[in-house]
Design a protein around this ligand. Structure first.
Ligand SMILES: [Zn+2]
Length: 150
């Protein structure tokens, strides 16, 4: 199986782990790296798994939803209170779980649907890796639920 990978570096956004018993429960930011691995059974006419020039919709989606946003988990009890206090101060994006792991799973689902649609089903997303810094990352791959690699 052929694959190729594209990485979006230094995407600034914030999150908080509202159930964490340490400092991760405070809103804080990272410059995230997001790597998307694509696979296909048959390459396109150029021999590409995906044409990197034709996946700009992923960068646009990241820009629209994550860049300078603040991510909250859906069950965070403070989201509405924070939004209501200063609606103009937030670009809020909510996901089921805003950990690295939860975000990798969420982005896999979002991006995979987009790639399948845009390539007419020829290519798909195999993995999404989300890194919050140089040390910490999470990987979600098809056929796995919470697989983590070192
Ligand atoms: Zn963090």
């Amino acid at each position: 199986m052929l694959s190729c990978k594209k990485t979006y570096f230094d995407v600034p956004f914030a999150h908080r782990q509202h159930l964490h018993d340490g400092h991760c429960s405070y809103i804080h930011g990272h410059n995230w790296d997001i790597s998307v691995t694509f696979v296909c059974d048959e390459t396109d006419e150029n021999g590409f798994v995906v044409d990197f020039g034709k996946v700009k919709f992923l960068k646009e989606w990241i820009g629209a939803h994550l860049d300078h946003a603040c991510l909250f988990s859906n069950d965070d009890p403070l989201v509405e209170k924070l939004r209501a206090a200063a609606p103009e101060a937030w670009k809020i994006y909510q996901v089921e779980q805003c950990s690295c792991e939860g975000l990798a799973r969420h982005l896999y689902n979002v991006f995979n649907g987009m790639v399948i649609e845009k390539t007419g089903g020829r290519a798909r997303v195999y993995c999404v890796e989300v890194s919050e810094d140089k040390k910490n990352s999470a990987l979600f791959c098809e056929d796995s639920d919470t697989r983590m690699l070192p």
